[in-house]
Design a protein around this ligand. Structure first.
Ligand code: DGI
Ligand code: FE
Ligand code: FE
Length: 187
């Protein structure tokens, strides 16, 4: 599918607030792609599709994962917020996307992982700093850091996410912890 077609289909699939976030992530990813030398179109597609499975309920996502033959680790089973990322690559394929680098970026956009590719880092960071996001701490500083030091920005976002989950007593998945164990060298 072309980018305008993807955008059109998404607009009917997700609610208006989510669509606004998705457009913000796509633009931010394209901008970071220009700065760091990643293909603009791949960045934009990853941004557009990263939350394409967010239109499903947790119950439905669990079923869809089972139907697709995706094995959920015990940690993932305990973290329904992560299921839209786990199922995301399968849903993205229904938009005609086959680029494994884009599909992996979608898969790891919530937890991150160790030694991410440039595209994976760009998507991970863009999701957090896109202009419509207002709730997170230190956003102004993180937005400046994103254009100056992408690895450090990735590490800071992981650190803040873990802090936030700890404060709320939410279970932290092994994927998230493993990712931070790697990126804390950049703090
Ligand atoms: O889909 P978005 O709302 O744009 O953002 P997201 O995909 O980054 O995150 C969805 C939620 O997942 C967010 O509130 C943070 C949370 N999260 C990140 N890592 C973990 C996690 N939740 C659990 N339970 N465990 C994690 O390891
Ligand atoms: Fe997400
Ligand atoms: Fe998102």
């Amino acid at each position: 599918m072309t980018i305008p077609k993807i955008r059109e289909k998404l607009q009917t699939a997700v609610d208006p607030k989510r669509f606004e976030h998705i457009l913000g992530v796509a633009e931010t990813a394209a901008y970071l792609g220009c700065i760091y030398g990643e293909d603009r179109e791949r960045c934009e597609i990853a941004g557009l599709l990263h939350d394409c499975a967010k239109c499903y309920s947790h119950e439905r996502l669990y079923e869809l994962c089972m139907e697709a033959g995706i094995r959920l680790s015990e940690g993932l089973k305990a973290s329904p917020q992560l299921w839209h990322a786990v199922y995301g690559p399968v849903e993205a394929e229904s938009y005609g996307i086959t680029d494994p680098g884009i599909l992996d970026a979608i898969r790891y956009h919530t937890t991150g992982k160790a030694a991410m590719t440039l595209l994976e880092k760009i998507l991970f960071v863009s999701d957090y700093i896109e202009p419509h996001r207002e709730k997170a701490k230190d956003l102004r500083e993180l937005r400046i850091l994103a254009v100056n030091d992408l690895d450090k920005c990735t590490a800071r976002i992981m650190q803040q996410t873990i802090e936030y989950l700890n404060e709320h007593g939410t279970a932290i998945d092994g994927e998230t912890l493993e990712a931070f164990a790697y990126y804390q060298q950049y703090l």
